[in-house]
Design a protein around this ligand. Structure first.
Ligand code: ZN
Length: 131
């Protein structure tokens, strides 16, 4: 991840990018209906309530889709860019990388868990095969 492009952090997304400080992934959830949504919006996309706030989630999920970006150098592994389906709710997904395994070993539906890489006060949520 040495070539990671850091996200543009805003007041609305800060909780997401700093969640790794405590080692727990946090996703916006609606207090009125319980619906999780990502990326965070000022209103719940399901019931339009403004009673939305970050909530810790398990960090467990599965690979929904992925692509492999080959490395230009033989000593640097390929990057796996993946859409991760979080366990908390059907269709609750985020884009991340799958790490800690060979790119050729990644499959659709593979169970993964979050871990974080800290870069300049941003904690990138990455996913690795579940142990
Ligand atoms: Zn709602």
């Amino acid at each position: 991840m040495s070539d990671a492009v850091l996200p543009h952090v805003t007041d609305r997304t800060r909780f997401f990018w700093e969640a790794g400080r405590e080692g727990r992934l946090r996703i916006q959830r609606c207090a009125a209906c319980g619906f999780f949504s990502h990326p965070p919006y000022p209103r719940c996309p399901l019931c339009t309530s403004t009673a939305v706030a970050p909530e810790p989630v398990s960090g467990q999920g599965a690979v929904y889709s992925f692509t492999v970006k080959p490395s230009p150098r033989s000593d640097v592994p390929a990057t796996v860019i993946a859409v991760i389906d979080l366990d908390e709710q059907p269709g609750l997904r985020l884009v991340s990388n799958v790490t800690d395994c060979d790119a050729a070993a990644v499959t659709i539906g593979m169970p993964v868990e979050v871990h974080f890489e800290e870069r300049d006060d941003v904690w990138l949520p990455l996913f690795r095969p579940r142990r």
